[in-house]
Design a binder for this molecule. Structure first.
Ligand code: F6R
Length: 249
């Protein structure tokens, strides 16, 4: 069952989802201009980012003092590589919002020592005072960031061998590849759980089984997103097509 902490908001369509998710981010930056955000890349948050860019253009939001911590990246890729998480974030958010490099905190997934990159981002997050708001997507296998089924919930940033589902679904981000890279870097579930506020956004019928597991199955690492049900300030925003009708399933 849904825990009493979980706020569920089912909206008609992707535009409504995007606008609602953007409103959460805007509320946070108004409340704390130097807030630290951790935002997923991918198809789901793209519309939200469009709303954020429009809001800053209309002077309804100001991200000039905010910080952004990267959530995850494919090992071997960086912001120059189309299809990478960073390329997505720079193109859809950081560049249009004119976010300075000093406001962006990530890892170099092209580094020789990616484990060291993980240790560094762990330290950086602590130095920033933690994450104020994270807006996550959910994988068809229930992953958050690149925390795949079976993940140890106590982990901080780490290197992951990605599931076949993730690499084959991830091919959609790459124009010329059948499969995405097999390894990823991700913030750990413990860091996501320590965020002051957490939001998951979901859209599309292909996400329905994962949303079902998130909401109604036992909290378990088999659906990493389900742990968010125990977060003190968690919201699930989803479109009608991604929302499982409990009685029908
Ligand atoms: C990407 C990320 C992933 C995605 C998830 C859903 O930075 O963290 O967990 O959020 O795979 O991706 P989309 O939104 O493309 O369906």
């Amino acid at each position: 069952m849904i825990s009493k902490q979980t706020l569920l908001n089912v909206v008609a369509d992707y535009e409504a989802l995007s606008s609602l998710a953007a409103a959460e981010v805007i509320r946070q930056v108004k409340q704390k201009p130097n807030a630290c955000f951790c935002l997923a890349a991918g198809d789901t948050p793209k519309g939200m980012m469009r709303y954020l860019v429009e809001a800053q253009r209309r002077n309804e939001a100001d991200f000039s003092q905010s910080h952004f911590v990267l959530l995850d990246e494919w090992v071997g890729l960086d912001k120059q590589d189309e299809g990478s998480c960073q390329h997505f974030l720079y193109t859809n958010l950081f560049e249009p919002l004119q976010i300075a490099e000093s406001q962006i905190h990530g890892f170099d997934a092209k580094a020789d020592d990616v484990e060291e990159e993980c240790r560094q981002i762990n330290t950086t997050i602590k130095e920033l005072g933690g994450i104020d708001l994270t807006v996550l997507g959910i994988g068809v296998n229930g992953h958050i960031g690149f925390n795949e089924p079976g993940v140890d919930f106590t982990k901080e940033a780490h290197v992951v061998h990605l599931e076949e589902t993730t690499t084959s679904v991830g091919a959609k981000y790459f124009a010329d590849q059948q499969q995405a890279p097999e390894q990823g870097l991700t913030l750990g579930v413990s860091q996501i759980m320590e965020a002051d506020k957490a939001v998951i956004i979901a859209s599309g019928a292909n996400k329905r089984p994962a949303v079902y597991a998130l909401l109604y199955e036992q909290v378990s690492s088999q659906c990493p997103a389900s742990i968010l049900r125990t977060h003190h300030h968690f919201q699930l925003l989803c479109t009608e097509d991604s929302y499982p009708n409990y009685e029908a399933m």
